[in-house]
Write a protein that binds this ligand. Sequence first.
Ligand code: UFG
Length: 323
Amino acid sequence: MKFLVTGGAGYIGSHMVKFLLSKNHEITVFDNLSSGKFINNKINFIKVDLVNLNKLDQLMSKKKFDAVFHFAALSIVNESEKKPRKYYLNNVQGTKNLINSMIKYNINNLIFSSSASVYGAPKTKKILERHKLKPISEYGRNKKEIEKILVRIGKKKNFKSISFRYFNAAGADETAKIGENHKPETHLIPKILNSIKRKKKKVYIYGNSYKTIDGTCIRDYVHVNDIVRAHYYGLKKFRQKKCILNYNIGSGKGYSVLEIIKGIEKVTKVKLKIVYKKKRKGDPPILIADCKKILKDLKWKPKYKNINKILSTAWRWHKKSFI
Ligand code: UFG
C-alpha cells in the first residue's frame, strides 16, 4: 500500500517508517526537519512544512495515498505554554491544512497522533477514553481541537480517522539505529541518558509534593515500537463504512519520576545525584492509561512490559548515537 508519514524523520515517525518498510509498503515522508534527522534512502523523502498549504496541495495531488500517518507536531508541553501561537500554527493550522488537502484529493484515511494531555489532570486512577477532555496545557488544547475537527468532518463527509492518545512514548528500536532525540531535550528519560553520556550525574526532579507514592509525578511509559504496532493494527478499521475512533495507547502501569531514575541507574550502572526543583507548569500529577478499548477493538497489547527493558533499549541507542 501507499502511505504518507508526516513527521517521519522524528522520534515516533521514524519508527513507523521502519515498521512499514519491513512490511514492504511504499512510503512517502513529509517533514520540515525542525527536530528530526532520520533520512532513509528507501523512502520518498520531501522536506515540507504543513503550514505551506500551496506546496502541500501540489504534493498531495501527485499520489493517491491509501492512508496518512500524521506525526508532525511540536511536542514540548512546557514550551507550548510559553509559545502558544507557534504551537497553534504548527499543530492546529498545519493539521487543518493537511486535512483540507487530503479531502481535496480524495484521500480519506487519517491516523492522528493525539496525546494523553487531552485529559488534563484526571481525577480517576486509570483514564478511559470517555473521560472528560480538559487539557491543562496549550499542547493538550491543540490535540483536543484536532480531535474535535476530525469528529465533525467524519460525521459530514466520507473522511475516516483514528486518534491515538499516546501516554509517555519511551525506548528505541532494538537495532539502536533510531531513537529519541528532541531539541531542546526536556523529556525525562532521554534528558537523563544524555547527561550520563556526557559524564554528568546531576538530575533534576520537578516537584516532590504531588499526592503520589513518593511525591513525584507518575507517568505511563509505553515502548515506541508498541505504539507503532498499534497504528498498523488501526488500519483495518478503515474497512468500516464510518470510522471516527480514538484509543489510548499506554501500558496501563504507572511509574514515578524517582522510580524511573532508579531504573536508569540500574540499566546504566551509574549513580545519579538528584536535585529537586519547583513544579513544572502544565504537569498533571498522575497519567495512567486504561487500555481495555484498544485491547478489545484492535487486539493490541504492549509487548514491552518491563520498564527496565524499555530503558535499556533507550540506553543502547543513546550510547551509540552521535547526539
Ligand atoms: N521531569 C523531571 N525532570 C526532568 C524532566 C522531566 O522531573 O528533567 C518530570 C516531569 O516533570 C514529568 C515527568 O518527568 O513529571 C515526565 O516528563 P516528560 O517531559 O518526559 O513527559 P511529559 O509527561 O511532560 O509529556 C509527555 C510528552 C507529551 C505528552 C505527554 C502525555 O512529552 O507530548 O507525555 O502523557 F503530551
